[in-house]
Write a protein that binds this ligand. Structure first.
Ligand SMILES: Cc1ncc(C[n+]2csc(CCOP(=O)(O)OP(=O)(O)O)c2C)c(N)n1
Length: 717
């Protein structure tokens, strides 16, 4: 049974009629994406009739149905000849990059994909699973378009090899970082269950991938949250050139299941009928119990890791021994023995003819155009949310309370929302920002997570892909480095490479000045924002914190919400529903002046105000002080106008100087406004050091009111 969620509570969520209403809103909000079979009405060759069937029923297997076995064979054979042909086309230079074949893996992936309920289930195929992609949907021509990276490629030729999927139909495209997709499957499957679908997730990975931390985090999370995910290890005994003996100790991988409190089994992927029957039973069990399961599938890799791999590392005869165990001829021989020779011969011929016809068509598709690449980085704006105007709070609020109020508003008005993070439930979060939410919204909406930033972020990505809108709290921004792959490689690239939106808010309590030392004080904005595809807000007042939370929430992209810890309890202000809350994506003019433009954000806004006040009274110079508020996409218009007027630029931030956010701001503005500048720009930032602990040291490390005044005064000469 679930150790974390009370199932009844979990399902209340789905029984909420308001939520059902909002599920339809959810699908409307999802970014429209060209379905994989968009070109289906174009002149695609008609597949052999047997391929009209993409499903397999357990009952058919129990009866040893000849048609069911032939269906498995047909898809296996198509997958095999397609993989072989793709390799040939690569060698002819017609496919670029590389290709990783699934020859020897079909005995697992074909029955699995046929048994899955493609209307509701979730999957992320690996680089050995072309057969699975073919079964899940789309015409063979479209899959070939992906390999040819042509104008009709489902990834718009932005991803190669087998990095495509069909997120609209819950086939989540892989990124290269092995292990990363497991938690996405877990999240998307949970989303399906929350929407009332009896879905199962299929999370596939190799024996090499089984060593990654993400695998452990994801298995633990799925077990803890009672997520119906079938985790399948495609154990072909090699990870590139590394044999299993150098990957893990001499253990059966399926036995690791016990450590997660879940069932584990092994299947022999060269025995097709047995594998199919075992999978059918296992999938049904996971579907009905909602408990995850770990399956170790013993499969073969009958070629090198990828096209270029010559397998020199294998012992003499080793590859021959592997090829001799090829499941496909073995299975064919069983069908021949059952009297199917003629059917098989004509099927083989038909499949080859179909493949050649598809190759011909895909080869004729024009090369891709770079048009739209930059526009596609971010998902388009969502439809505006009809927030209920709420009266101003009776008492003024600090930033932590303002964020809490915004979260409460979101959870109240938006049933697709949920909040997750470490210690955020009964404890209310390390900084009490989520205080009281668990009590009022329950565990299905306000979810404590284990210490697993990567899998929890991946889980949130999966939820977001299916129309939920998770808000994840990192206990300290510093720990987001544990989730760098999920944030920067996975979530941030999703729309560009697949057209799917990932509406995700990542809350990052950041900044120093509180004697928290190196690993609880950092500013990570330039670290993350050097990667494309991430939006970021950094509010400096309680009202902006409230507005930023709503604005980030409704955005269709991953948004980092930087929350300076020093601001959580710095001063209270009235906070009210603000119909112009989206203005937080633009800078705020804090004070007007004409001597120089000062650009800053976060806690530094307050220090800058004090410094400007002092400098104005001492030097009789006025400063145009701008609170940037939005760090990505960078809103430069207001700043340009100010610098064009003042002719002097000062950038102030708490992050480190080298490769800091100021470097980007200064170079952008200097590139454009060089000839209107009357002085070299001034950058004020922290030292290029880890954040030191003792207050005396941290005082020197980061800008203070006095050090800001000193540096500006020196710069003024
Ligand atoms: C996290 C990560 N590290 C390294 C790589 C480079 N790499 C690509 S495939 C591969 C081997 C994977 O082996 P396995 O998981 O057993 O899958 P197989 O290729 O054998 O199907 C490696 C090391 C990667 N993709 N991801």
């Amino acid at each position: 049974m679930c150790k974390c969620l009370n199932p009844a509570e979990h399902w209340n969520f789905n029984e909420n009629p308001e939520f059902r209403r909002s599920s339809s809103q959810i699908s409307r909000l999802r970014t429209p994406r060209r379905p994989l079979n968009f070109f289906a009405d174009m002149a695609f060759p008609k597949p052999p009739a047997i391929l009209d069937q993409h499903d397999l029923r357990a009952a058919e297997l129990a009866q040893n149905s000849a048609t069911a076995l032939l269906r498995i064979y047909a898809w296996m054979q198509l997958s095999r000849v397609a993989d072989n042909r793709i390799l040939e086309l690569f060698r002819q230079g017609l496919i670029k990059g590389t290709v990783t074949g699934g020859q020897g893996n079909e005995g697992l992936i074909i029955p699995l994909a046929l048994l899955a309920d493609k209307a509701i289930d979730v999957v992320s195929f690996t680089h050995r699973d072309l057969g699975g992609h073919l079964i899940w949907g789309g015409h063979l021509c479209e899959h070939l378009n992906q390999y040819f990276a042509n104008a009709h490629s489902p990834t718009k030729a932005r991803e190669g090899n087998i990095h495509h999927g069909d997120p609209k139909n819950r086939s989540l495209p892989m990124i290269s970082h092995l292990g990363s997709m497991l938690s996405n499957v877990a999240g998307c499957t949970d989303s399906q269950r929350r929407l009332g679908h009896h879905a199962v997730g299929f999370a596939l990975f190799g024996d090499g991938g089984s060593s990654t931390g993400d695998i452990h985090e994801s298995l633990n999370l799925a077990s803890l949250l009672n997520l119906p995910v079938v985790f399948v290890i495609e154990n072909n005994r090699f990870a590139y050139s590394t044999p299993a003996s150098e990957q893990f100790s001499n253990v059966e991988l399926w036995q690791r299941a016990a450590a997660y409190g879940i069932e584990g089994i092994a299947v022999d992927g060269t025995d097709i009928p047995a594998t199919a029957k075992t999978l059918a039973t296992a999938i049904e069990k996971v579907r009905t119990t909602s408990r995850p399961m770990l399956i170790e599938a013993h499969v073969l890799r009958m070629r090198g890791h990828a096209a270029y791999d010559t397998c020199d590392y294998l012992k003499p005869g080793e590859l021959d021994a592997i090829v001799a165990r090829d499941p496909l001829p073995k299975f064919r021989a069983q069908l021949v023995a059952a009297g199917q020779t003629k059917v098989l011969d004509s099927l083989d011929a038909e499949l080859s003819e179909f493949l050649e016809a598809c190759v011909k068509i895909a080869l004729a598709v024009p090369r891709p155009s770079p048009d739209g690449m930059e526009q596609d980085l971010f998902a388009p704006a969502s439809a505006p949310i009809d927030w209920k105007p709420t009266p101003a709070t009776a008492e003024p609020l600090n930033s932590a309370q303002a964020l809490n109020l915004a979260l409460r508003k979101i959870l109240t008005e938006r049933p697709e929302s949920l909040v997750l993070g470490q210690d955020i439930a009964t404890y209310g979060g390390a900084f009490k920002v989520t205080e009281g939410l668990y009590k009022d919204f329950g565990r299905s909406r306000v979810l404590n997570t284990p210490l697993a930033e990567s899998a929890c972020t991946g889980y949130a990505i999966g939820l977001a892909l299916n129309g939920h809108r998770p808000i994840e709290e990192f206990q300290f921004a510093d720990f987001s480095t544990e989730a760098v792959t999920q944030i920067t490689q996975n979530a941030a690239t999703y729309h560009f490479r697949s057209g799917a939106a990932v509406p995700l808010v990542l809350r990052l309590p950041c900044g120093g000045g509180l004697t928290f030392g190196s690993f609880h004080s950092q500013e990570l904005e330039s670290f993350f924002l050097s990667m494309p595809g991430i939006k970021a807000l950094y509010p400096s007042t309680p009202q902006d914190a409230f507005n930023a939370m709503l604005a980030a929430y409704e955005d269709n992209n991953p948004v980092l919400l930087f929350e300076h810890k020093g601001l959580y309890r710095r001063g209270k202000r009235p906070v009210a529903w603000d119909p112009n809350y989206r203005d937080v994506w633009q800078p705020r003019h804090v004070r007007a002046g004409d001597f120089a433009t000062v650009i800053t954000y976060g806690e530094m806004v307050h220090l800058a105000e004090e410094a400007c006040e002092y400098l104005t009274s001492e030097y009789e110079k006025t400063f145009d002080l701008i609170d940037l508020r939005c760090l990505s996409p960078l809103p430069l218009d207001v700043i340009r106008a100010s610098v064009a007027r003042t002719h002097r630029l000062i950038v102030l931030h708490e992050g480190r100087r080298t490769h800091g956010f100021g470097a980007e701001l200064v170079s952008r503005l200097t590139e454009e406004l060089f000839f209107s500048l009357e002085a070299p720009p001034l950058r004020i930032a922290s030292l290029d050091l880890p954040v030191p602990f003792a207050p005396e040291l941290e005082h020197v490390y980061r800008p203070t009111r006095d050090s800001i005044i000193e540096q500006i005064a020196a710069w003024m000469g």
